[in-house]
Design a protein around this ligand. Structure first.
Ligand SMILES: NC(=O)c1ccc[n+]([C@@H]2O[C@H](COP(=O)([O-])OP(=O)(O)OC[C@H]3O[C@@H](n4cnc5c(N)ncnc54)[C@H](OP(=O)(O)O)[C@@H]3O)[C@@H](O)[C@H]2O)c1
Length: 368
């Protein structure tokens, strides 16, 4: 476990290690990414920060807070409803008009939803009788529970949206001698994928949606890091963190159940979970420390803030030290089923996942 004291020691050294870093935060108007963002602003020297969110009021509030935390920084909001891929493109275009490089991309958009209503809804004459049997997407009657992209919303926010940001911003990330991508989701929660139903059109469940998006984040980031040695790609499981996402989760519940959840379960759970401020400090450490360097750049400043005493360079997803893609548990240590990841490496699943992702992008937003 990386001690919180080491995390804090590293974070306060950020301002003397780098200056004028350009960072983009997605899904940072509340919760985990918001606390990571405020820690980034607090500890950076003249940062240039872009925050993507939906709604001017919410964004103005966040920008005002950042200006209060570090008046030497520059903060810009990008107002976009990024659950649709074309809006991700618009947001990225806005950034590209202003910047030629990007040092850090932090992403944590998403929300919790128990069921995908209407999966086998009446009237979908071609709803598969055998889950997992894939039909051509063009033959499908759109599922009313899917968003306008034809994707399940929570899956898209946890995976496709994030990969679209990465793909669009790759030229900016690679224009730097070193850069970093942090996707805060569910490292270590990987499992076996049905290659015929990666979008979970037929085999959706709450648990599958979580496991698939965790596995696909890991595989896509590992593939990306192996082909871009100047980028450190980090997938984090932040722990169970009590954020506004739980309030929204229980919003539609039957009142007594909601009351029990909000008044008893959550306060009790809070006793055993990492607090949001600590979580934000830890995410900043993952986003900046030399413990998680890109494969091709080891030393500070490109490799990150110098290691505090007693902290070592982490093993990557391929079990090799400092290899550029890191799967992190809430405490900053590496996590993951080495056998499964090795099996997937042999099968070149990372490439397959990127190919599938590109196919979805081509289908939804057209070939670019
Ligand atoms: N909390 C946990 O225990 C936990 C554990 C593991 C992983 N995670 C990851 O964290 C994500 C949730 O973050 P959080 O726990 O910090 O919750 P949160 O406080 O609700 O923050 C979620 C962020 O995502 C944005 N977002 C939600 N739905 C959106 C949509 N349809 N379109 C655009 N943006 C949207 C929110 O924007 P608005 O403010 O506009 O709603 C907010 O900025 C999950 O999806 C998962 O990937 C959380």
């Amino acid at each position: 476990m990386v001690q919180l004291s080491s995390v804090r020691e590293s974070n306060v050294s950020l301002a003397s290690t780098t200056s004028g870093q350009i960072a983009l935060f997605v899904g940072a108007t509340s919760g985990i990414a918001y606390h990571t963002l405020t820690e980034f602003a607090r500890n950076s020297n003249q940062p240039k920060v872009y925050v993507v969110g939906r709604g001017e009021a919410k964004l103005s509030k966040v920008i005002g807070e950042l200006e209060g935390i570090n008046p030497q920084g520059s903060y810009t909001s990008i107002n976009s409803e990024i659950s649709l891929l074309k809006n991700v493109d618009t947001a990225c275009e806005e950034l590209k008009r202003k910047e030629k490089g990007l040092d850090l991309l932090v992403m944590c958009p998403g929300y919790l939803k128990l069921s995908r209503v209407g999966m086998y809804f009446p009237g979908n004459s071609i709803a598969p009788t055998k889950p997992g049997k894939v039909k051509d997407w063009k033959d499908l009657t759109p599922n009313p529970a899917d968003n306008a992209d034809g994707l399940e919303d929570t899956i898209s926010l946890r995976y496709y949206v994030r990969m679209r940001f990465i793909q669009n911003l790759l030229p900016l990330l690679t224009s730097r001698p070193s850069s970093r991508i942090v996707s805060i989701h569910g490292a270590g929660r990987e499992g076996r994928l049905n290659e015929n139903d990666l979008e979970l059109k037929y085999t959706y469940s709450f648990l599958n949606a979580s496991m698939y998006t965790c596995t696909m984040n890991t595989l896509a980031l590992a593939e990306l890091a192996s082909s871009h040695p100047s980028i450190s790609c980090i997938h984090v499981f932040p722990g169970v963190i009590i954020t506004p996402s739980f309030d929204k989760f229980a919003e539609d519940w039957y009142f007594p159940l909601r009351f029990l959840f909000m008044q008893l379960v959550l306060p009790f759970a809070k006793l055993f979970t990492v607090s949001l401020p600590e979580c934000g400090q830890r995410q900043l450490f993952y986003a900046t420390s030399a413990k998680y360097p890109p494969a091709g750049v080891r030393d500070p400043p490109g490799g990150g803030v110098a290691l505090p005493k007693g902290v070592e360079v982490a093993k990557g997803a391929d079990s090799k030290e400092g290899s550029g893609c890191y799967l992190l548990n809430w405490d900053g240590e590496t996590i993951g089923d080495e056998n499964l990841l090795e099996e997937y490496r042999k099968k070149e699943m990372g490439k397959k996942i990127w190919e599938h992702t590109q196919e979805v992008f081509d289908r939804v937003v057209g070939k670019s």
